[in-house]
Write a protein that binds this ligand. Sequence first.
Ligand code: PXG
Length: 464
Amino acid sequence: MNMIANHPPTSELQALDAAHHMHPFTHNNELEQKGARIITRAKGVTLTDSDGNDYLDAMAGLWCVNVGYGREEMAEAAARQMRELPYYNTFFQTTHVPAIALSAKLAELAPGDLNHVFFAGSGSEANDTNIRMVRTYWAQKGKPEKTVIISRKNAYHGSSMGSGSLGGMSYMHEQGGLPIADICHIDQPHWWAEGGDMSPEEFGLERARQLEKKIEELGEHRVAAFIAEPIQGAGGVVIPPSTYWPEIQRICDAHDILLIADEVICGFGRTGTWFGCNRMGIRPHIMTVAKGLSSGYAPIGGSIVCDEVANVINNCEFAHGYTYSGHPMTCAVALENLRILEEEGIVDRVADHSAAYLAEKWGGLADHPLVGEATTIGMMGSIVLTPDASSRAVFAGTEGDAGLITREHCFRNGLVMRHVGDRMIISPPLVITDSEMDTLVERAWKALDLAHRQLEDEGKMKAA
Ligand code: PXG
């Protein structure tokens, strides 16, 4: 029996899932008690589960389904390529048309002289590539001691040994011996949570200048690169103050270090420009890409590299690569995705219309008594749950309780919205329509009402 085409009922699937499937970032035994939610199909911005319930997916899967679900052209592109050439590698002096076409297309779309692509299977793999590439770059330049990569607390760059080390999630570092050597973290530009009495602008400068302090403390001769997401995604959609990125750019220019922009979430239209770098005015040496590159239809990631770094790396044998570097099917799917984004004007529509519409509607959630602030940039947004907005207070109980309660009410009311601690975040497919955004915000408001009532009933609306 083909179990995918003709699957057993939900309870049986849940039992099999619990018996055999280890979920990422999940306490699997606790999940077994509840039973996993089983998504069976999706179209546009709507997911359907195995019991026939529909959900508006305000997270675009995991920040990736930029063109929306159910695009026939993507399925066709995959099938066509699988028939023609399902696999061949790009090692041993060989290449193939999909990898050539996609690297050329990415060079065209990427800003400045980011003209060279090293393919990977995911964002984590691409960031592992970046670690080895920047260290190899400096070694080739006769500066092998420049190995330290500076990142930020509460950053997310993946969960392999290297990319998980770049990330600044302390609970990840506690498992498995992270971080690896020569990676360190400065504070994040998260004004709401950490800005204290400073204005956002002062705070942005203070946080950016931590980079300069760190470079001076370590010695410029030791520092290879700084890596950051233009806007932190998994950290809670943290939009840095306007002063932050110009100051970071100044510091990177003034010191001899490489700048890596992790565009895994911000890339491919999420902020209303092709890349978060365009939006924030950043000039990186390397961009990490994944997710929206294929709208999640196929696993692919990569590093888009500037002329200077590529010239140095290309002048040696860079002993690095993955079986699926430049996989033909995933490249063909990514190319089709880029064609759809471009030809249907999806990125332009975000810039010219949808981002402003979302900002207005989502901004209205700031009037809810459980909400401290509601912000967006492009098609990503966050709200902060707080017992007292005026003092930016946090809840007295366990951090993340209010977020989890709100998330559960969202699910029950047909909305997928993620929580990061007590922040609720969204990143819907870029193709979401105005009326779907109305529905998203209505359901979010309803979930907030229900969560507010529950928190009051449980005596949890107290500030720490
Ligand atoms: N960089 C960034 C900025 C990311 O957001 C990665 C790298 C790693 O990509 P891969 O393809 O290896 O997963 C990511 C991934 C969440 C969540 O809960 C976010 C990600 C992955 C899983 C969960 O927000 N981002």
